[in-house]
Design a protein around this ligand. Structure first.
Ligand code: HPA
Length: 273
C-alpha cells in the first residue's frame, strides 16, 4: 500500500473511533457559512491537529476542526475551516479531508466558500450555486502517480456539480423564497486578490465568481466518485468592478451579515441530498 493510502486509512480509522456517527454527507464550511454549526445535533468536535497526517489551517476565520453530528436528519462530517493551496500546503494535503470523508462512507459532498463577484449583475451578499468551474492556477490535485484504487487516471469533469443536487438546491430556493444565483467559479491561487485585468480576463472566459478554494476539493471528490454540490457567498465585487480596494475585512463583514439566511437555506438543503 502506498504512503498516501496508508495516510488516508489511518486518519479515517482514527476519526471513526471519535465521530460517534457514520457520516453520509460531507460539508466544507467556508467564510459566511459557519452558522450551520448552530443546527448540528449531538455534535462531536475533533481538531485537525489531533488527526494523524492532517495539516492545520492558518487563516483567521477558519477554525480547523471536524464536527460530526446530525443536520436535518442527515449524519454529517463537517469541516469547520479548510486548508488552502496559498497557505503553502501541497494539494494532496489540501484535499486529504475529501479522501478521509470518502473512506468514512460519505457519498455526497457540499462545498461552500466566499468569493468575489465577477458578474456585475451580482451583489455582495448573494448566494451563487456553482454550475461549473475554470481552473486558472495551472495546478491540479491529481498530479503525480494515480492510485487506481481511489479513482481513474483521467476522470471525467463534464458534470462536476451534480445536476440532481443542483435541482434540489433550486427547489429549496423556490420554496423558501430565497433567491440564488448560478454561475461559473474561477479558481485563482491567491493569496493576493486579483488585479482588475485578471478579473476582466475571468469575465471574458465565462467566469461569474472568483475564489481561492473549492476546485481542488471538487476535482478530488469527482475522482473519488462522490456527488458534489457547491455554493459561493459573494462577499465583495471582484477587483476593478468598484472604484475601491478589496480587503479580507470586507469579506468577513459580508459573510457575517448573511450567515443567518445562508444557514437556513443550507440546513434545509442538507435534508434533501
Ligand atoms: N477574490 C478571490 N477570493 C475571494 C474574493 C475575491 O475577490 N472574495 C472572497 N474570496
Amino acid at each position: 500500500m502506498s504512503e498516501y493510502m496508508r495516510k488516508i486509512e489511518a486518519a479515517a480509522a482514527f476519526l471513526k473511533t471519535r465521530a460517534g456517527i457514520e457520516p453520509r454527507v460531507g460539508v466544507v464550511l467556508g467564510s459566511g457559512w459557519g452558522a450551520l454549526l448552530t443546527g448540528v445535533e449531538n455534535p462531536t468536535a475533533v481538531p485537525y491537529a489531533e488527526v494523524p497526517g492532517m495539516k492545520v489551517s492558518s487563516v483567521p476565520g477558519h477554525a480547523g476542526k471536524w464536527i460530526f453530528g446530525t443536520v436535518n436528519g442527515q449524519p454529517c462530517a463537517i469541516m469547520s475551516g479548510r486548508l488552502h493551496y496559498y497557505e503553502g500546503h501541497a494539494l494532496a494535503d489540501v484535499t486529504l479531508p475529501v479522501r478521509i470523508m470518502k473512506a468514512m462512507g460519505v457519498c455526497v459532498l457540499i462545498l461552500t466558500n466566499a468569493a468575489g463577484a465577477v458578474n456585475t449583475a451580482f451583489e455582495p451578499g448573494d448566494l451563487m450555486l456553482i454550475t461549473d468551474h475554470i481552473n486558472l492556477t495551472g495546478a491540479n490535485p491529481l498530479f503525480g502517480p494515480n492510485e487506481d484504487e481511489l479513482g481513474a487516471r483521467f476522470p471525467d469533469m463534464s458534470r462536476v456539480y451534480d445536476p440532481a443536487l443542483l435541482d434540489a438546491a433550486r427547489a429549496v430556493s423556490r420554496e423558501q423564497g430565497f433567491p440564488v444565483r448560478e454561475g461559473v467559479y474561477t479558481w485563482m491561487t491567491g493569496p493576493s486578490f486579483e488585479t482588475p485585468a485578471e478579473i476582466r480576463m475571468a469575465r471574458l472566459l465565462g467566469g461569474d465568481a472568483v475564489g481561492m478554494s473549492t476546485v481542488p476539493e471538487a476535482i478530488v471528490a469527482r475522482h473519488a466518485g462522490l456527488r458534489v454540490l457547491a455554493a459561493s457567498c459573494m462577499t465583495n465585487m471582484a477587483a476593478g468592478v468598484l472604484d475601491q480596494p478589496l480587503s479580507h475585512q470586507e469579506v468577513l463583514e459580508t459573510a457575517a451579515r448573511v450567515e443567518r439566511p445562508f444557514q437556513r437555506y443550507l440546513y434545509e438543503l442538507i435534508g434533501r441530498v
